[in-house]
Ligand binder design. Structure first.
Ligand SMILES: CC(=O)N[C@H](C=O)[C@@H](O)[C@H](O)[C@H](O)COP(=O)(O)O
Length: 232
């Protein structure tokens, strides 16, 4: 799917993220089960799925036939970012046919001595036609990623870095500021827990949104209910 088709498909829509990594209740060692979450997401009408790991990208593409925003979560020593941190993961995602490749584009420390700008430039040179989604945590990083030619800017990392606000909810302000400035789609992602927040994120200027845990992480959902009941 080319970039224009993908953008047309997701415009104003909610992409559902279906992810489980080792240690999470829905991670099963022997085989991917996240394709079942993706099946439900497709039934609900999502235009695309975001997922992590090569096996889940493959399983979800096969199950749903939907375009996938793929990433690989891996923590290397010396790296603060863990979303598709090196070319190895980019190569694997490209090889498995990930329609979009999401990567950490925060300005945090990389353990390979490269700056994030050097890395982004290398990825773009190697994959000139790939649709690249920059996962960032603040305005400066979003502008930086856009200037370096990333195709999509996502607020994924807001709330998870030193240089972003520690809040329980979505970063509407970041979406609003980025959408006013950049001429590529801004995806509102991260901590959208309720339908009214999803709508508010789109109203803030998000081209599309990604919702994950509130739909596909049962432990997160159960914890939220438990806390509310406990604090009654
Ligand atoms: C910070 C980080 O590692 N975010 C990951 C990125 O892919 C996922 O674990 C999130 O589920 C995704 O961003 C969607 O966000 P939320 O699950 O809050 O709707």
């Amino acid at each position: 799917m080319n970039k224009e088709e993908f953008f047309e498909r997701i415009k104003g829509q909610m992409i559902i993220s279906c992810q489980a990594i080792p240690g999470e209740p829905l991670y099963v060692e022997e085989k991917s089960v996240m394709y079942l979450m993706a099946r439900a997401a497709k039934m609900a009408g999502t235009p695309a799925i975001r997922t992590s790991s090569i096996r889940d990208v493959a399983a979800i593409k096969e199950e749903t036939g939907l375009p996938v925003i793929g990433l690989v979560k891996i923590q290397y020593p010396g790296f603060e970012g863990y979303i598709t941190p090196t070319m190895k993961e980019v190569d694997e995602l490209a090889a498995v046919g990930s329609d979009v490749i999401a990567l950490d584009c925060t300005l945090r420390k990389r353990g390979d001595g490269k700056t994030v700008n050097e890395f982004m430039t290398e990825v773009r040179q190697k994959y000139p036609d790939a649709i690249l989604m920059a996962d960032i945590s603040n305005y400066e990083e979003g502008i930086n990623a856009w200037k370096l030619g990333m195709d999509i800017v996502g607020t994924t990392m807001s709330g998870y870095t030193e240089d972003s606000p520690k809040t329980d909810g979505p970063d509407y302000e970041l979406v609003r500021r980025l959408a006013e400035t950049v001429d590529v789609p801004v995806i509102g992602e991260g901590k959208i827990h309720y339908p009214d927040q999803a709508v508010k994120m789109l109203d803030a200027g998000a081209f599309a949104i990604v919702v994950g845990g509130a739909i596909t992480r049962p432990l997160e959902i159960a914890n939220r209910f438990m806390a509310a009941v406990k604090n009654r």
